[in-house]
Design a protein around this ligand. Structure first.
Ligand code: ZN
Ligand code: ZN
Length: 404
């Protein structure tokens, strides 16, 4: 599907009979990769097919990177520096129905940045990028049409109390995690006790759904889900009214919970962790909702395959990649791809992160100082691209289309 070089003149359109002119069009594919260093403020951008084509952005501190819903903007969250920067990806894909258009320009930093107390979780969905400010007690909602114009013009949704959570528009309301209102020790953050719907002013709509220690959120199909101690809560809009349903962990699950979630874009399905050593495939519409898959070692990172949607790839701390068939619930292949990366130690120690770039699987390998490019169908190593420093958080943006 992807060509490593642009194909010139793959399509020729004949213009109207009066003009009698033939226009050559270019069928192009491009994947651009953004990698944040684990220790410094550097973000490196490179073209996956021409990796010596690179750009460097120096921000305030180490970033976690996200893509805006259209992929036109990279969001660089610098939690410890109270700052969010924005980088134009330089890849614009426009769906024109029977074909897509692609425009490729250099990536470029957006001048305006967001400052606020401890930005953390980002949820990019629909037209909105929602950034939670954990010590500010609010979330900033950025609309895609503003971001694509380089306008950093957020609406602020005020929460009852500052906490490590998320708020995101759904239907005509906002779904938000709910912090405990119990008194706090000096410097402590409130726990999360539930999730609820609110109007734009922050006034609650209906009852709170209990969700103890809420953490992790994802969208897939009609559903938003979040991880809780009791299970995973599934939320969807029913004719303008938010519907909350707790999907309880099955009785034979013991001792763990789900705190990280991914949502498929091609089918209504979620993949979450269950404790450190297992993952769960979640179908929010059909009991018992969870299929649990145990891993031989603790999970370092995982990613869903948007092209071959039944597959997800899981990296475990022994340096092995596993291909999970989410329809059968089976791990179908395991291959050692890097040195071990123990999950003991600090949560933010340099460890690999995964991303998909069309039909290629990408993995940062900070201690080897490379970006590994892997064939996801065979786990064959395709390339190891040198990256200075400690390559860590990663997003890949791209696709294919016509340039005309
Ligand atoms: Zn077009
Ligand atoms: Zn978190």
């Amino acid at each position: 599907m992807l060509s490593s070089k642009p194909v010139i003149g793959a399509f020729v359109l004949i213009a109207s009979t009066t003009a009698q002119t033939a226009y050559a069009e270019e069928d192009r594919a491009a994947w651009r990769v953004f990698i944040a260093d684990q220790a410094t403020s550097t973000v490196t951008a490179l073209d996956l097919d021409v990796p010596e084509r690179r750009w460097r952005f120096d921000l305030q501190g180490p970033s976690k990177l996200y893509a805006s819903p259209s992929g036109q903007t990279v969001i660089a969250v610098q939690s410890d520096h109270d700052r969010v920067n924005f980088i134009r990806s330089g890849i614009t894909l426009e769906n024109h129905g029977e074909h897509s258009d692609i425009k490729i320009t250099d990536p470029a930093a957006v001048d305006a940045a967001l400052e606020g107390p401890r930005p953390f979780h980002v949820v990019a969905h629909g037209e909105t990028t929602a950034i939670n400010f954990d010590k500010g007690g609010y979330a900033s909602f950025l609309q895609e049409h503003d971001l694509t114009e380089g306008r950093i013009n957020p609406a602020q949704f005020t929460q009852s109390r500052a906490h490590h959570g998320f708020s995101v528009p759904l239907g005509g309301y906002v779904i938000s995690s709910v912090p405990s209102d119990a008194p706090l020790a000096e410097g402590a953050a409130p726990s999360r006790v539930g999730i609820a719907a609110f109007d734009n002013t922050g006034a609650p709509i209906g009852e709170m759904q209990v969700c103890t220690d809420l953490h992790g959120e994802a969208f897939s199909g009609a559903y938003l889900v979040a991880g809780c101690k009791e299970g995973v809560v599934a939320i969807h809009d029913v004719k303008g009214v938010p519907d909350f349903e707790m999907l309880p962990y099955p009785a034979d699950f013991a001792g763990g919970n789900t705190g990280t979630l991914l949502g498929s874009t091609a089918m209504q399905m979620f993949l979450g962790n269950y404790g450190a050593n297992s993952v769960v495939i979640i179908d929010p519409t059909e009991a018992p909702y969870f299929t649990r898959v145990d891993l031989p070692f603790r999970r370092v990172d995982f990613v869903m395959d948007p092209v071959n949607a039944q597959f997800a790839y899981i990296l475990t701390e022994d340096g092995s990649l596993h291909r999970l068939n989410m329809l059968s619930g089976e791990i179908v292949q395991t291959v050692r791809v890097s040195q071990p990366y123990s999950m003991d130690g600090h949560w933010r120690d340099p460890r690999p992160r995964l991303a998909m770039a069309g039909d290629r699987l990408l993995m940062t390998d900070p201690l080897a100082q490379v970006l590994r490019v892997i064939n996801p169908s065979t786990f064959d190593a395709l390339e190891a691209i040198s990256i200075e420093g400690l390559p860590y958080n990663i997003v890949a943006i791209g696709g294919s289309g016509l340039d005309h």
